[in-house]
Structures are given as structure tokens and as C-alpha cells.
Design a protein around this ligand. Sequence first.
Ligand code: DAH
Length: 356
Amino acid sequence: MFRARTVVRGVMNWNFEEIQETVCKEVAGVLADQELEALRVKYLGRKGLIQEIYASLPTLSNDQKPLVGKKANELRNEITQLIDDRKIILKEKQKKSSHKSIDVTIPGVSSTIGHTHILTQTINEICLAFENLGFVVADGPEIETEFNNFTALNIPIDHPSRDAFDTFYLEEPDPNNKGRYLLLRSHTSPGQIRIMKDMTPPLAVIIPGKVYRPDAVDASHSFMFHQIEGLLVDKDVKFSDLKGLLTAFCKRLFGEKIKMRFRPHFFPFTEPSAEVDISCYICDGKGCSVCGRKGWLEIMGCGMVHPKVFEACGYPKGKYTGLAFGLGVERITMLKYGINDIRLFFENDQRFLNQF
Ligand code: DAH
């Protein structure tokens, strides 16, 4: 602590210049915040030097009091300024040294970038193939009405697919149809109804999406899977248009060499109806374990839109004809890549997914 250098008439006389010089040196030598704080306490604190000087004022003569008081104030302001300036300098230094501590040569932490799931890839590929043929991609809700999922598609009330063993019914009643319940759509065909209720032909849409059925999960069944629905309605659409369109599509997806055939079938919402087979790409049609020795692989259902479906959508009788088709995305993907278990798509095992 600074003491009086000279005693004038028995009163302590403070050597302000020397104090100021000393503080200046001390502050300039400070390297850490704590040291600076210690200096602040030493000079400006309640028991610090400045307070000591103020405390000595009553002992001074009346003409000295204001002089010493003024000097003490100036000294207090100077010390405050010195400490504040040093604080800023220390902060800058800290900033610079923390920059220096980044070692840019250390290899970074790389995060893996995901990629499109193989099912989405197949959906995109199929949609693009139809978009190139003039179709527009549309969307439909996964929660459907019984009317759209069954009734409008000419599926009779006693059809087995309407049974609760084959369709997930929700507890929510259909707000527009008392006594009926909403359900998880069991196929993408209700998308046809929504489009036709909304649009006037000509129209050509492709509707991909999830569908649900209460099947026990095994290598070829899943309670949720994906379908793609196609619908084209205009005046004078013919069965030959359907065959030409699907032949072009199969060649595009499976290669020019692939053969395709229509096998007669029944669907309530199309008449006539057919299932589409392609020649087995493994054995080239000769018969193998993949095609069950048949030489053919079933890939989708199709047909000409049933007049009752047009009627349910409010289209004038006899005005339009249309073609429709529906395919299973998992099945096509399994055939295309030789995958033998549907569960692989949904287990999220990176070793499987990263192959595609
Ligand atoms: N909805 C049918 C199913 O889930 C698939 C289907 C067959 C869709 C024929 C169609 C069609 O549009 O014409 O099995």
C-alpha cells in the first residue's frame, strides 16, 4: 500500500504521480482476468487505496482538502479507465489464442449422407416412365371411406375383401355416410374415384402410395405395402391402348427383350380385366424356381374401367371409356433385384439398404 512520502504539517501527503505510474505498470503487466480484478479491489475496492485517501481527507487542512479530493477523484477515474482498457485488451488476446487452438489438420467428423430408399427409387422410376407417356402424378389419403375404397369401385357389400379380416377399419365413423366407418385404404384404386369426382376427362393420372391389409407378416406379406394406380379416361379409349401402354412400360422397366402377356382375370372395377405377366428375366421364359417353373412372372392387374365406376363418379352414361391398372411396388422391386423377403424393405438394416 502507498504511504505518504512527505509529511506536511503532520498530515499525510499522497504522491499521486507515483501512485498513477505504479498502477499503470501493474495493470500493463496483468495477463489474466483474476489478476485484474485483484488490482481493482486493491485500488478501487471498499478497503482500497482510493477509499483510504478519501478517509484521510478530514485530517487535512481546509485549503488542502479540495485539492487532495480533486486529485483523488482524478486518480480514481484514471485507474478505472486503465482497468477497463486492459480488460478489452485481455478479451482480444483470449479471442486470438482460442482461434489459434483450432488445429485445422485434425480430420473432420464426417456424417453419412442418406439416400433414397429402394422402394422410393422404384416408385420414382415407375412414375417417371408414365410421366414421360403423358400421365400426371396424383396423391390420395391413406384414410379412406368405405364408399371410395369399395362401393364406388363396384365391390359388393358381401365381398370378402370388405371383411374386417382383410381391411383395417377405424373406429371413426364416416362423417358423410352414417353407419359406415372410415378405413385404411386396402389398395390405391380409391384414388381413381377421387380423381374422377374432381376432374372431367380427358385425364391420365398415376397415384403411388401406401396401402394396408391385416396380413400376418412373413417373407411375402406385410400389413403395409406400396401400390401404384394408373387411370386414363377419355372418349374412345380402347383395350388395345391398354395393351400398348403397358407393353411400352414393361420394356422400359425390365428391358427391350422382355415379353409381356395379358391373362384373363376378374376385378369388380374393370371389365374386361386382365393380369399382366412378363417373361421371367432369370430363365428367359424357360422355367426356374423364381417363376415357379412357369416361365412367367405376374406383375400387375389391369382392365377397362367398369361403367358402374363411371356412374358412381357421376360421369354421364356411355360418354367415356377408360383404362386402369394397379401394381405392387414391393413385388416389382423384389422381382427386379432378386430380393426374396419383403421384410428387408422395412427393417432399416443399412447393410441391405446401402446396396441400392
Ligand atoms: N386394386 C387392385 C388390387 O389391389 C389392383 C388393380 C387391379 C388395380 C386392376 C386396377 C386394376 O386399377 O384395373 O389388387
